[in-house]
Design a protein around this ligand. Structure first.
Ligand code: ADP
Length: 261
C-alpha cells in the first residue's frame, strides 16, 4: 500500500535451500515521519518569534532608530510579547513530553472533578479576560475521579480557555458536569461562535493544527492545547469528543471513569 516499505533479506543455507526474510518498515517510517514533521513544526514556531525579537533588538540598538522614547516602548512591547509566546510554546512542549512519559502509569489521586472545574474557572476569570465573567456553570452532584491534578487542571484550562477565546464576544460559555450511565462523569464545555467546519474536526488534536493560524496566534495560542488535552484524556482512560455546528458553536466533551466504590 502507499507508504509501505519492505526490506528483503535472502540467506543461502548449508543444505542448499534459501531463506527469504521480509520486514515491514512502513509503521516505523510513519512514526519517523511524524517525529520529523513535529520537529520541523516546533522549530518553525520558535523561529518566527525569535526572528522578530532579533530584528527589534537590532533596530533598538541603532541610536538613530532607537532614540525616540515612544518608539522604544513600542518595540520593547513587541519583544516582550514575542518572548512570552516562545515561553508559552516551550512550556507546552515540556508538558506534552511530560504527559506522554507519564502515560504508562494510571493516575492515583482521588479528586472531586467539580471542585477542580470551579477552581479553574475562577483562575481563568481572575486572569482578567472580560469574557471570563460570562462562564455559566451547571455542576451536578459530586463526581469523584482518579486524576493527576496538574494534568487535569491543564486540560480544563485548555478546553475552557478555548471556548472563551474562540466564542463570540459577549456570548456565554457553558460548563456542564453530569453523568453518563452510572460509570462515567461527563464534562461538556460549549461556546457560541461561528463553529468549526466538519473537515477540520478530526484534525484538531494534532500538534500545531489550527483552523486559522493567524487568529490562533493573535489570541496567544500555541496550537498544542488540544493535543495536550487528548494525551491527558488518554492517560485518564477517558474519551474526548468535539462537536461543532457552523454558525452556532462548539461543544467539547470529556468523559472520565467515576470512582464507584
Ligand atoms: P490553539 O493554541 O491554536 O488554540 P488548540 O490545540 O487549543 O490550539 O486548538 C487547535 C485549533 O482548534 C485552534 O487553533 C482553533 O482553530 C480550533 N479550536 C479549538 N477550540 C475551539 C473552539 N472552542 N471554537 C472554535 N475553534 C476552536
Amino acid at each position: 500500500g502507499p507508504g509501505a516499505r519492505w526490506e528483503m533479506r535472502t540467506m543461502l543455507l548449508e543444505d542448499g535451500s534459501c531463506l527469504v526474510a521480509l520486514t515491514d518498515h512502513s509503521g516505523r517510517d510513519a512514526i519517523e515521519r511524524m517525529r520529523a514533521d513535529f520537529v520541523a513544526n516546533a522549530s518553525h514556531e520558535l523561529r518566527t518569534p525569535l526572528a522578530a525579537i532579533l530584528g527589534f533588538v537590532e533596530t533598538l540598538s541603532d541610536p538613530a532608530a532607537g532614540g525616540d522614547a515612544e518608539v522604544r516602548q513600542r518595540f520593547l512591547g513587541v519583544i516582550d510579547k514575542e518572548a512570552r509566546r516562545m515561553q508559552q510554546l516551550v512550556e507546552d512542549l515540556l508538558s506534552m513530553s511530560r504527559i506522554e512519559a507519564s502515560k504508562s502509569q494510571a493516575p492515583t489521586e482521588r479528586l472531586e472533578w467539580g471542585a477542580l472545574i470551579r477552581q479553574v474557572v475562577a483562575e481563568l476569570t481572575a486572569a482578567g479576560d472580560k469574557r471570563a465573567a460570562d462562564v455559566r456553570m451547571e455542576l451536578g452532584p459530586a463526581a469523584p475521579i482518579l486524576a493527576d491534578p496538574a494534568q487535569m487542571s491543564q486540560l480544563l484550562h485548555n478546553i475552557i480557555g478555548n471556548a472563551m477565546k474562540y466564542g463570540r464576544a459577549g456570548t456565554p460559555v457553558t460548563v456542564r458536569l453530569g453523568f453518563v450511565g452510572g460509570q462515567m462523569a461527563e464534562l461538556a464545555v460549549s461556546d457560541e461562535s461561528e463553529g468549526i467546519a466538519p473537515e477540520h474536526l478530526p484534525r484538531l488534536t494534532e500538534r500545531f493544527y489550527r483552523v486559522d493560524s493567524a487568529r490562533s496566534r493573535s489570541l496567544g495560542g500555541t496550537g498544542l492545547g488540544l493535543a495536550i488535552v487528548k494525551h491527558v484524556v488518554e492517560r485518564h482512560r477517558g474519551r474526548l469528543d468535539i462537536d461543532s455546528v457552523v454558525g452556532v458553536g462548539t461543544t467539547v466533551k470529556v468523559r472520565l471513569p467515576l470512582i464507584t466504590d
